[in-house]
Design a protein around this ligand. Structure first.
Ligand SMILES: [Fe+2]
Ligand SMILES: [Fe+2]
Length: 222
């Protein structure tokens, strides 16, 4: 693999199993998947040779486990959309439902411990929740039916706004990650607080895979 002109999404597109590797390295492969890997490594002061060694080791570990490679590229639009809806859209709605309860509960129980942090988490989560619920509906009711009906010209008109919504969600998640210091638990964290951080991280990690499948595989087709 030569580094020159290699985009982050190129690697994940070839082997979706490597999504987890990029997450571990804290490299955004979905909203910023179009960026040159070389540039991102330089920004993070990561040595390319050592990076590729880790990447190969990760791949070998996956192979050893017999992890099945998912060939999303080989799926039809219909199969891919069904996969996205049944896995990612369902998962997102489920996690949001739980987070609705947790975020209100910790705001009430721990406000005195860290008022600034709790207000910020509550507001950012509220914004993210609204963005995501509206986004899922728009895809299901507008964009996906156009793609399935092979009305690509009409679908293309919606792509820019859809990708902007992906970016907006990505930014809210990045801010949440930063204000919670990478979801570091304070020493007074109760089980509900732990569950809140855990679910926010799960939402982030699923959303990265979800957006990748849409931006870099599905939308690239038309
Ligand atoms: Fe989606
Ligand atoms: Fe989406």
């Amino acid at each position: 693999m030569t580094l020159e002109n290699l985009k982050i999404a190129d690697i994940v597109k070839e082997d979706i199993r490597l999504a987890g590797f990029f997450q571990d390295e804290n490299i955004d492969f979905c909203c910023n998947g179009h960026r040159q890997l070389q540039e991102v490594l330089a920004e993070k002061a990561l040595d390319p040779e050592a990076f590729f060694q880790r990447l190969e080791a990760h791949k070998a570990a996956l192979d050893a486990k017999g992890a099945k490679e998912d060939f999303f590229n080989a799926m039809t639009n219909e199969e891919l959309i069904t996969h996205i809806r049944l896995n990612h859209h369902m998962f997102t709605r489920q996690v949001l439902k739980e987070l609705d309860v947790y975020t209100s509960a910790i705001l009430k129980a721990h406000y005195r411990h860290a008022p600034e942090l709790l207000l910020q988490v509550n507001r950012l989560y509220g914004g993210l929740r609204m963005e995501l619920l509206e986004h899922l509906i728009k895809e299901e009711e507008e964009l996906f039916p156009l793609i399935l009906g092979e009305r690509y010209a009409e679908a293309r008109v919606l792509l820019e706004a859809t990708e902007e919504e992906h970016d907006a969600a990505g930014k809210l998640l990045a801010t949440l990650r930063s204000i919670t210091s990478d979801y570091t638990l304070p020493d007074w964290a109760c089980n509900t607080f732990k569950a809140t951080y855990h679910h926010l991280e799960a939402l982030e990690s699923d959303l990265f895979r979800h957006i990748f499948l849409e931006n870099s595989i599905l939308f690239e087709r038309f």
